[in-house]
Design a protein around this ligand. Structure first.
Ligand SMILES: [Zn+2]
Length: 206
């Protein structure tokens, strides 16, 4: 996959003109990193909850991404069920997006001091990993499980570790894909408020 352009307003024919993001109004870092997390979530095979994470170092470079998935070798063999016998539910097996982002990054780089952008507030297990890996900040999009013991425990631990948790307020309402004649495969559109930007990718399917 080759990135053709990160801002490609000329190619848009399937959105109305008034939603164009002016080229001078470039994406701010936080929106961009969270957009990458949102796109990463789109790779998850979980039929109910897709979560994505993007790990950014102190130089504002992305060093790892992740989505919730089954451990290596478990694809198609382990269940995505939410109910039933505990051993038959996903909770016993699934690797969360944050874990995958940290593991993917730490194979190549030092994750200490990084910021975790994640689409859903981290659970208590991922929070332990975030703290022990030395991350310095968590930026999240959604906190829908705020009243669960897992999330309450997460916040308690993050507070104790002095790790700020910032909710990204101005943000993406959707990420859509569409086929493009010129680029052959997909155009991804991230909508934020009434503006949007595109990430166009040329896919070599061979
Ligand atoms: Zn987790």
């Amino acid at each position: 996959i080759q990135v053709i352009s990160t801002v490609e307003t000329e190619e848009v024919t399937w959105m109305s003109d008034e939603t164009f993001l002016p080229l001078t109004d470039l994406l701010i870092d936080a929106d961009y990193f969270m957009a990458v997390a949102v796109l990463s979530a789109k790779r998850s095979k979980d039929p109910n909850t897709q979560v994505g994470a993007c790990l950014v170092d102190q130089d504002n470079k992305i060093i790892g991404t992740g989505h919730n998935c089954m451990p290596n070798g478990g694809d198609g063999k382990l269940p995505w069920n939410r109910d039933g016998d505990k051993l038959d539910t996903k909770y016993m097996y699934v690797c969360h997006a944050e874990l995958n982002a940290i593991v993917n990054a730490s194979a190549k780089a030092d994750v200490k001091g990084c910021t975790m952008y994640v689409t859903l507030f981290p659970c208590n297990e991922c929070t332990k990993l975030i703290i022990q890996a030395g991350l310095k900040e968590v930026v999240y999009l959604c906190d829908k499980y705020y009243d669960t013991p897992e999330t309450i425990a997460s916040k308690r631990m993050l507070d104790m570790a002095g790790i700020p948790k910032n909710k990204l307020l101005v943000f993406i309402s959707s990420v859509e894909s569409s086929s493009s004649e010129k680029y052959g495969h997909c155009v991804l559109c991230v909508v934020q408020n009434n503006s949007f930007f595109l990430v166009s990718r040329k896919c070599n399917t061979k």
